[in-house]
Design a protein around this ligand. Structure first.
Ligand SMILES: [Zn+2]
Ligand SMILES: [Zn+2]
Length: 142
C-alpha cells in the first residue's frame, strides 16, 4: 500500500458512500490537490495494485455521478468538488500560467442558466464554465 501524505486538499473529509476503487481515486486527487488526468491517477495507483485503466475510468465515473469530482473538459483532467455536491452548474478558474484550477461558486450563474435551460425544454446534466486567465501568484512573478 502507498502511504498517502496530507496535501492541499486532504483536509476535507472523505465522502462515506465510496466503493473501494473510488476511495483510492478520491484520496489520490485529495492528496495531489490539483487536476489529474486519468492516466496520471493510474500511475499514482500502481503501487496499490490498481493496473487496469478501466478500473480508474469506472471509479472516476462513479465519483462524478455522485458529485464528488468534476471533469475539466478543457484540460481533460479531474478535480475534487470543493463544495457541497452534487451540483450541475460548475465554474472553474483555470490559470494559463501554472495550470492551477480553483472551483468557484457563482450562484448567479446557476440561477441564470437553470431557468433558461428549462425554458428551452432541455434536460441539463452538467454545465461547466472554465474561466481562463492568470492567477495571483503568476501575476506577481511576471
Ligand atoms: Zn463542485
Ligand atoms: Zn498561475
Amino acid at each position: 500500500m502507498t502511504e498517502l501524505h496530507e496535501g492541499n486538499g486532504a483536509d476535507r473529509d472523505r465522502p462515506s458512500n465510496l466503493a473501494k476503487n473510488e476511495k483510492l481515486v478520491w484520496e489520490t486527487l485529495a492528496v495531489t490537490g490539483e487536476p489529474l488526468k486519468a492516466y496520471e491517477i493510474l500511475d499514482k495507483l500502481k503501487e496499490t495494485g490498481v493496473r487496469a485503466p478501466m478500473t480508474v475510468y469506472r471509479a472516476l465515473e462513479g465519483l462524478e455521478s455522485k458529485g464528488h469530482i468534476h471533469k475539466l473538459d478543457g484540460l481533460n483532467s479531474f478535480v475534487l468538488c470543493t463544495h457541497e455536491g452534487p451540483h450541475a452548474v460548475q465554474t472553474f478558474l483555470v490559470c494559463e500560467g501554472c495550470s492551477t484550477v480553483k472551483e468557484l461558486e457563482v450562484l448567479a450563474v446557476e440561477a441564470d442558466i437553470t431557468p433558461a435551460v428549462r425554458a428551452a425544454n432541455f434536460d441539463m446534466h452538467t454545465a461547466r464554465l472554465e474561466i481562463k486567465g492568470t492567477c495571483i501568484s503568476c501575476a506577481q512573478t511576471s
